[in-house]
Design a protein around this ligand. Structure first.
Ligand code: B3K
Ligand code: ZN
Length: 863
């Protein structure tokens, strides 16, 4: 009988019994039998006589020596998960020799060989699949790495730090030795061996030091590497200017690989990237792809300080580095591009994904208390809500207070493995603040619902605002203490003039209920609350449509203008659902949309404001999600808006066309975005749009426009859709990253035939279940297709259930991502609940159920 995976608890943290000061690794690379020699300088930390326990998985132990002598068989024990050595020594050298099979490694964790490139992924607990080691982030050691491989096949041998030796060996082999002077946890270790094209550049730090920059891409892809290199240099400069942080090694390398479970990895001095976040040129990447490259390159670079120089004490502290680094990459994108657009997009992620996670059975605080499989906790909560928590600290302290806190944080903790608490403490101490209430954001899961009631006393010229907060219980947390919620606000007259009611535009809601009064208020104000989404909460308030329209037209806060539009749309959809009747577009709504289209506003903001809320954002407001009704109402609202505003959309579509060749600059990106929204509405009008769709597709000199035309056609079920899909396939067959978009477009089509189409596409020559990007683009995309994945006959569930079953043994991380689509099964009607539950139960029966799946299935089937 195999053992059930066990949970670990944050409260059980104990300091390591031993530390490692130096690691000397030698890899003799071989596709099926790579030999690893690891020489460790081990130092006992406490004075007890506990054995040394090293983690190790899927390894074959070949030999073991202490201080040069073979270890007697009765002095050590080796099992499936660990190697323990009985010793009373205080300090010693341990030499381990083991072998691994990189070809058999389809999980892409540890050392793997894919498309003739050896590559590693160690975070969170992958190093134990390379060699026996204390695989925990609070053991920091200096690494020296020697790699030996065939020279013709693997001309580049890379690892962390600086290359200190390279030489040719006999029989066609060569070797390279790398040394990383900064002590680091093993999750930051990396090794890459392969054949690449290299883009080289350099960056001069503000101290005048030259850093070599090297970008490794698959042969033939150099024409897609420039943007990533530019983004890297921009990130290095930005971090010096905004955060006073300078790069610390003489070389920075980025390798783009095709087989990778996630976006990228911040290994010290040697980032490994999913090629999707590196390769970009106008023909093969959309505007959004270019922006994503910039943001992920930035993110991994920023980890060099927030994550690598100061790292996590244990994995429960993951948000210490991820929340903070997401906040930093968001700021980077906002400083270089449009702050408002970035903010709105970040909020959309929170509302459409994080709120659902916070309301489901896997809900966890940004600093979790209990974990079975760490890979399950790289979540929108830890990352994106984590970044919102950092953003609130920034709101409370202001930029200069926040930077004071950062400075103290680095002064205290550089070179150490620390906790979220250490971060908050530094912020408090540097500013003389008290964040005791604020800390609940770290310890409590769930989305607070803030209720706002305002009343105005005309005679007393007094405005009263009552704010209440309530957070529903989440698994393991029945009662919630009140959060410290920063509420940014502004006020307007009925005509839209800004009213100044106070010289402070930030309220602090710290209790379950607080009353705020404003004196000398001469007219009844319209309040804009939670400007810039100042806290990750849901807001319930009484506000009329007319007042929302005033905010839409006049709020000085771009987020709040967008939010007012979203509220107006959501209200219409919800009314349609409740009354079970078609939405009637009022003249005021049409006018408000038309005014917005014609206003002198950033076209990107117009595009965002006129994009209807996603089905999942609407679903979030229902205890039992009315799948069909949401779908019907969204569709009908879109068509009605298209009919009512046809001329406006057509005119804007032409006006946004650019005479110039493609340029990746703010206003051109914004125009393309607005053009896309117009085209997607017009596509709802059927044949009238055929020429517009084909013309844009055929004439596009860039992927944004070409893909945009195809998506508008397919998602509107337009009669031109099939021909656009065919043309696209003819042109891009074999171009994997571009074909991913072809897969996603079809998987997201709201069309009765989609499930069958997705099944067919799984047999397409460009599809493979082994490559995570393909699985995400076709199958994970399909799970986001509310109406079709949740088709009442259960065909969508069956399809994804069977894929999860296949991936359970080969790549559990990818399987677990797909499983997320089932965890909120209780939110659906009885019929769907039954169908989803069946899938979960049959997965639960799988022999060798991966811990990744086990954890999610258990938590969502528990009563
Ligand atoms: N730190 C990595 C994520 C590792 C995920 C491990 N399952 C990328 C990042 O957040 O920068
Ligand atoms: Zn990160």
């Amino acid at each position: 009988m195999t053992q059930l995976p066990k949970a670990k608890y944050r409260k059980d943290y104990q300091e390591p019994e031993f530390t490692i000061t130096d690691v000397d690794l030698t890899f003799n690379l071989h596709p099926t039998e790579t030999r690893v020699t690891s020489v460790l300088k081990v130092v006992r930390q406490g004075d007890h006589t506990k054995p040394l326990v090293l983690d190790g998985e899927q390894l074959t132990l070949l030999s073991l020596k202490v201080d040069g002598e073979d270890v007697a068989e009765d002095s050590y024990e080796c099992n499936e998960h660990s190697l323990s050595l009985n010793t009373s020594l205080k300090a010693f050298t341990l030499e381990i020799e083991n072998s691994v099979n990189p070809t058999a490694n389809e999980a892409l964790e540890g050392l793997y060989l894919a498309e003739n490139t050896f590559c590693t992924q160690c975070e969170a607990e992958g190093f134990r699949r390379i060699t026996y080691y204390p695989d925990r982030p609070d053991v920091l050691a200096k690494f020296t790495t020697t790699i030996i491989a065939d020279k013709a096949e693997f001309p580049y041998l890379l690892s962390n730090g600086n290359r200190i030796k390279q030489l040719d060996l006999d029989n066609g082999k060569h070797m390279a030795t790398w040394q990383d002077p900064f002590p680091k946890p093993c999750y930051l270790f990396a090794l890459v061996a392969g054949n690449f094209d290299v883009l080289r550049d350099e960056f001069t730090t503000r101290e005048g030091r030259t850093v070599d920059l090297e970008l490794f891409v698959d042969k033939g892809n150099l024409d897609r590497a420039d943007h990533a290199m530019l983004s890297l240099k921009n990130a290095m400069k930005w971090d010096e200017e905004r955060f006073d942080l300078v790069y610390d090694l003489d070389i920075y390398m980025i390798v783009a690989v095709d087989f990778f479970n996630m976006g990228a990895m911040e290994n010290k001095g040697l980032n490994v990237f999913n090629a999707k976040y590196v390769l970009a040129n106008p023909a093969t990447a959309t505007d959004q792809d270019f922006l994503n490259v910039e943001s992920v390159i930035g993110h991994e670079y920023f980890h060099n300080w927030t994550g690598n120089r100061v790292t996590c004490r244990d994995w429960f502290q993951l948000s210490l580095k991820e929340g903070l680094t997401v906040f930093r990459d968001q700021e980077f994108s906002s400083d270089l591009g449009s702050r408002a657009v970035n903010r709105i997009q970040d909020v959309r992620v929170i509302r459409s994904h994080q709120f659902a996670e916070d309301a489901g059975p896997m809900a966890h605080p940004i600093r979790p208390d209990k974990v079975v499989q760490m890979n399950n906790f790289y979540t929108v909560t830890v990352y994106n809500k984590g970044a919102e928590v950092i953003r609130m600290i920034h709101t409370l302290l202001g930029e200069s207070g926040f930077q004071k806190g950062m400075k103290l944080y680095f002064e205290r903790h550089d070179g150490k493995a620390v906790t979220c608490e250490d971060f908050v403490q530094a912020m408090e101490d540097a500013n003389g603040e008290d964040f005791s209430r604020f800390r609940h954001w770290y310890s409590q899961a769930g989305t607070p619902v803030v209720t706002a009631e305002q009343s105005y006393d005309k005679d007393a010229k007094q405005l009263t605002l009552v704010l209440k907060q309530e957070t529903a219980s989440t698994p393991g947390q029945e009662q919630k203490a009140p959060f410290h919620i920063p509420v940014k606000w502004s006020a307007y007259s009925e005509q839209g003039a800004e009213l100044s009611l106070s010289d402070n535009n930030l309220l602090h809601l710290k209790e379950n209920e607080s009353t705020f009064t404003f004196d000398n208020v001469v007219e009844k104000p319209i309040l804009s609350l939670f400007d810039n989404f100042s806290a990750p909460v849901k807001v319930k308030r009484t506000i009329s449509d007319d007042e929302l329209r005033v905010l839409l037209a006049h709020s000085k806060d771009d987020f709040s203008r967008w939010d007012a539009a979203q509220s107006l749309f959501t209200r219409m959809i919800e009314k349609g659902i409740n009354d079970d009747s078609a939405i009637e577009l009022s003249a005021q709504t049409i006018d408000a949309c038309r005014n917005l289209l014609q206003a002198n506003t950033d076209p990107a903001l117009k595009a965002l404001a006129l994009t209807l809320p996603s089905a999942s954002t609407i679903a979030d407001n229902y205890e039992t999600i009315p799948v069909e009704a949401i779908n019907t109402q969204l569709k009908s609202l879109k068509t009605q808006l298209a009919v009512a505003l046809e001329n406006d959309f057509s005119q804007l579509l032409s006006a946004c066309k650019s005479e110039k060749a493609y340029q990746l600059v703010g206003d051109e990106i914004a125009k393309r975005q607005l053009k896309q929204v117009c085209l997607s509405y017009l596509a709802e009008l059927g044949d009238a749009a055929t020429d517009k769709l084909t013309e844009q597709f055929d004439q596009a000199d860039n992927l944004t426009d070409q893909l945009g035309a195809m998506q508008a056609g397919v998602w509107a079920n337009h009669s031109a859709a099939e021909s656009l899909l065919n043309k696209f396939e003819q042109q891009w067959r074999g171009e994997k990253l571009v074909m991913d978009k072809w897969f996603s477009t079809q998987a997201l089509a709201n069309n009765e035939a989609t499930v069958e189409r997705v099944k067919d596409l799984m047999t397409h020559p460009d599809f493979s279940l082994k490559n995570p990007n393909r699985v995400y683009s076709l199958l994970a995309a399909f799970t986001q297709n509310q109406a079709q994945f949740h088709k009442a006959d259960g065909a969508g569930y069956e399809l994804i259930g069977s894929v999860i079953q296949q991936l359970n043994t080969s790549n559990p991380q990818v399987a677990s991502r797909l499983l997320s689509a089932f965890v909120s099964w209780r939110r659906y009607d009885e019929n769907r609940q039954k169908l989803m539950r069946n899938q979960l139960e049959s997965l639960r029966q799988l022999p060798n159920l991966a811990s990744d799946l086990f954890e999610k299935i258990e938590s969502c089937l528990t009563e």
